[in-house]
Write a protein that binds this ligand. Structure first.
Ligand code: V47
Ligand code: SF4
Length: 396
């Protein structure tokens, strides 16, 4: 198995700096780390140290279990009235001719394509446009649900909800209740970016604020819904902004317990207004996954979204706190291919299983709420030999 040194081995190392040892001891005892300690980890902790701590937390929570699902996306439109500087996806409203704007019927056709296939989740998210309003989305959710009640609808973010509820002059509470009644089951983690206004205003000006994002999740959790949380990192933010973001997520999770999964999203620099910024290194990606895992002691899951981070880094991340790699996707999303991610993101169940097994973890197919559908640890595939055998590869 690819696995960092055990935490007890690290604690016995007399060369370990005292301030890092103090954090490691807290993690060993299952204690929460502070904001100052989070910042210390970002600024000073080496990759191997972080891997040991994060892997300890991961294995305490999940052992080797590593989750994936069978899902597809619908992106209603790539036209957007906002102009986030990191976004490669949105055709500005003035350049509408380059974009698509699906009708409800178009989207139902996409859902119908999966009739008879064992997908369990549709993930719906796209640009923000005036015609996609409360009646539009409630009808969309109702019709998808009526067509296929077993398909979990995970849709839209506070960015869309804030906009459409304001336009409809209804409260967040009323709006989220309407969405739930229409068939919404979960909220994906997008739109969080970086909460700190001094960064958010520069990269995502005009859309919902950090507080509004958090408030809509809180209301959704109070209604019994579950949701995810992301953080867009590696652009103009500084480490203290990342810690502030994690702290706000952890505080809300203490209050509601409604978040399932934390998903760090690495800024990709193709075709957007921040293309002059270099992308951060894989080392930094792994450090960031690990710190998220250590900091968010009250989140069950940490996900590496493979279409964005790439397959190899997703595999490596499984030794740095990550226990979920998202799903089959089936080439149904463009958000990351336009920004520099995989051009046609699609993986079969077999691909995902082998990706997880080849680093010595247990592949578990889950539904959106982490109900176990199937343990693939010992599942047989025709060309299995190619993926077995390279266990026990220490990376640190
Ligand atoms: O909010 C946009 C990000 C998010 C870029 O909940 C970019 O399971 C990097 O939230 N470089 C949307 N990131 C995607 C998202 C998501 C994805 C997978 C799973 C789940 C889940 C949620 O994508 C946006 C934004 O933060 N994004 N452009 C870019 N150039
Ligand atoms: Fe619009 Fe979302 Fe792109 Fe921002 S990130 S411009 S809200 S599609």
């Amino acid at each position: 198995m690819i696995s960092p040194a055990p935490l007890q081995t690290l604690l016995r190392d007399s060369r370990l700096a005292p301030h890092l040892r103090a954090v490691a001891q807290k993690v060993a005892q299952g204690e929460r780390i502070t904001e100052a300690e989070g910042l210390l980890l970002y600024e000073e902790a080496p990759l191997g140290f972080l891997g040991t701590l994060a892997n300890h937390v991961r294995e305490q929570k999940h052992g080797d279990n590593t989750y994936f699902n069978r899902n597809f996306h619908i992106e209603p439109t790539n036209v957007c009235l906002y102009t986030c500087t990191f976004c490669s996806y949105s055709r500005r409203i003035k350049k509408r001719e380059d974009g698509w704007e699906y009708t409800i019927e178009d989207m139902l056709d996409i859902v119908r394509k999966y009739d008879g296939q064992p997908v369990t989740e549709v993930h719906i998210v796209g640009g923000v446009l005036p015609q996609y309003d409360v009646p539009f989305y409630t009808e969309l959710f109702q019709r998808i649900h009526a067509h296929r009640p077993d398909l979990h609808i995970k849709a839209l973010t506070p960015v869309e909800y804030h906009y459409i509820f304001k336009k409809a002059k209804i409260s967040y509470e009323e709006g989220m209740r309407l969405m739930q009644e229409a068939g919404l089951q979960s909220m994906p983690g997008g739109g969080a970016e970086i909460f700190a206004p001094e960064i958010r205003d520069q990269i995502a000006g005009g859309k919902c604020s950090g507080e509004e994002w958090l408030r809509i999740h809180e209301i959704w959790h109070e209604l019994g819904g579950r949701s995810n949380a992301t953080m867009l990192y590696g652009h103009i933010e500084e480490y203290h902004h990342r810690v502030d973001h994690l702290e706000k997520l952890r505080a809300l999770q203490d209050k509601t317990g409604g978040f399932q999964t934390y998903i760090p999203l690495k800024f990709r620099n193709e075709n957007n207004e921040l293309s002059h910024l270099p992308e951060v290194s894989v080392i930094e990606d792994l450090r960031n996954y690990a710190i998220g895992r250590i900091y968010l002691d009250n989140f069950d899951h940490v996900k590496a979204y493979w279409p964005m981070i790439g397959r190899t880094t997703a595999q490596l991340s499984l030794a740095f706190g990550v226990n979920d790699i998202d799903g089959t996707i089936d080439d149904t999303t463009r958000i990351y291919s336009m920004a520099g991610g995989e051009k046609h993101p699609a993986m079969s169940t077999e691909d995902l299983v082998k990706m997880i097994r080849s680093v010595g973890r247990r592949p578990i197919e889950r539904d959106t709420l982490y109900g176990v559908i199937k343990d693939y640890t010992d599942a047989e595939f025709a060309d299995d030999k190619a993926y077995r055998g390279y266990t026990s590869l220490p990376v640190v």
